[in-house]
Ligand binder design. Structure first.
Ligand SMILES: Cc1ncc(COP(=O)(O)O)c(C=O)c1O
Length: 388
């Protein structure tokens, strides 16, 4: 087993018990044990997303991209979709939708900023759209949108609001029922901190009523195929359309159990404090965040490097015991790196991350203030105990 700290943007920091619970042996997908794990996981993802019992959860054998793609099941030929994109993962909607007979327009932001509520509303006032897609946390830059106010502003104009919560669910405040979100999707390996392998979608009654004969979709990810199966699992029984991600479901169940014990409110607060400490450390050592003030997430940070090569820096960090992620936004890719502080993040991880960033960059010739960075982190945590 590698003892390096994994502060990539997903899979991120691991929890041994959660990951190893995926190795349940001699348990088939038709067993009572699996039915129970699926039921708990389905109910659990509703809890984590603040969705009441009128919402239908789906756990699918795919990744976050698959969960995104499955939501075309809510559209029909000729549906008009407005994509609100703050980076690479917002742009992914364009790539997905271009494979289907729908029309779309994309609004884009500069790296580090977010398309504003006013920009989105201005577009919706001039042109009719059936659906809008929003990315809660844009993983290519760490930008978080003000989801509650964005949804409230777009709601009167469209029939369907779809939220990509891949990098937010489990680490950011989210309340599907109260905020009137129709569809929210995520993946098992991000802030839920479970094994990779499950795409997760939670849909309102209204959204489910749009799964009709004229829905468009492929075959595996056609939610019409999964709807009756999920209904059976929610009743504690089983069902088959295609093989479910058996091990991952056990891991999700184990993660949900821990989240329920900690409570989602305290979990979000822990993410918030850890993110704040990280940012304070970055600023104090003399580096800059990619995401602008006011749009920085609890779960992912992009950090601009100066004076040194990012590839060499990431290798040096790896050699010093921490794996971070490379930049991916095409406009700034070579100038920054990304850090995942999600799932099972706690103060010791942030302290180690800041120390490793400073030590590695300095050893390659950057002029940074390591002591100030470390001090700022410790001061942020002073008097707070954000552990799960
Ligand atoms: C916001 C966001 N959406 C979608 C995806 C795609 O998820 P996956 O890589 O699990 O397919 C990611 C992955 O990083 C993401 O961060």
């Amino acid at each position: 087993m590698v003892s390096r700290l994994l502060m990539h943007v997903g899979p991120s920091l691991s929890n041994f018990n959660v990951l190893s619970s995926a190795n349940a042996t001699n348990i088939g997908f038709a067993s009572p044990e699996f039915n129970e794990a699926m039921k708990s996981s389905l109910e659990g993802v509703r809890y984590v997303m603040g969705a009441d019992e009128s919402y239908t959860p789906f756990i699918l054998p795919c990744s976050g991209t698959g969960a995104m793609e499955s939501t075309v099941s809510f559209l029909k030929k000729g549906s008009r979709v407005l994509i609100v994109s703050n980076g690479v993962f917002g742009d992914r909607w364009e790539k997905i939708l271009s494979r289907y007979p729908v029309e779309f327009r994309i609004l884009k932001a500069n790296p580090g900023s977010a398309v504003s509520v006013d920009q989105v509303v201005a577009e919706l006032r001039t042109t009719h759209y059936d659906a809008v897609t929003l990315t809660h946390v844009e993983t290519s830059t760490g930008v978080r949108i003000p989801l509650k106010s964005m949804v409230a502003a777009v709601r009167p104009f469209v029939n369907l609001v779809i939220v990509d919560g891949v990098a937010s669910v489990g680490g950011e405040k989210l309340n599907m029922s109260e905020w009137k979100i129709d569809v929210c999707l995520t993946a098992s390996q991000k802030a839920l901190g479970a094994q990779a392998g499950a795409g997760i979608v939670v849909a309102s009654e209204h959204a489910v009523s749009m799964l009709k004969e004229e829905s468009i979709s492929g075959y595996l990810l056609d939610l019409r195929n999964w709807l009756p199966i999920m209904g059976e699992f929610l009743k504690g029984r089983g069902g088959y359309f295609a093989t479910p991600p058996v091990g991952t479901v056990f891991s999700v169940r184990s993660s949900i159990d821990l989240i329920r014990t900690e409570t989602i409110e305290r979990r979000v607060e822990r993410h918030k404090i850890c993110a704040e400490a990280f940012r304070n450390g970055i600023k104090a050592m003399g580096l800059e965040m990619v995401a602008g003030e006011g749009v920085r997430s609890n779960t992912v940070s992009g950090v601009y490097l100066k004076e040194i090569d990012t590839g060499r820096f990431l290798q040096e960090c790896m050699a010093n015991g921490v794996e971070f992620a490379a930049g991916v936004h095409p406009l700034i890719k070579d100038r920054y790196f990304r850090v995942g502080h999600m799932g099972w993040v706690e103060p010791s991880h942030i302290i180690k991350a800041i120390d490793t960033i400073a030590k590695s960059a300095i050893s390659l010739g950057a002029h940074l203030n390591r002591a100030d960075g470390e001090k700022a982190v410790l001061e942020t945590f002073e008097g707070k105990v954000p552990c799960f």
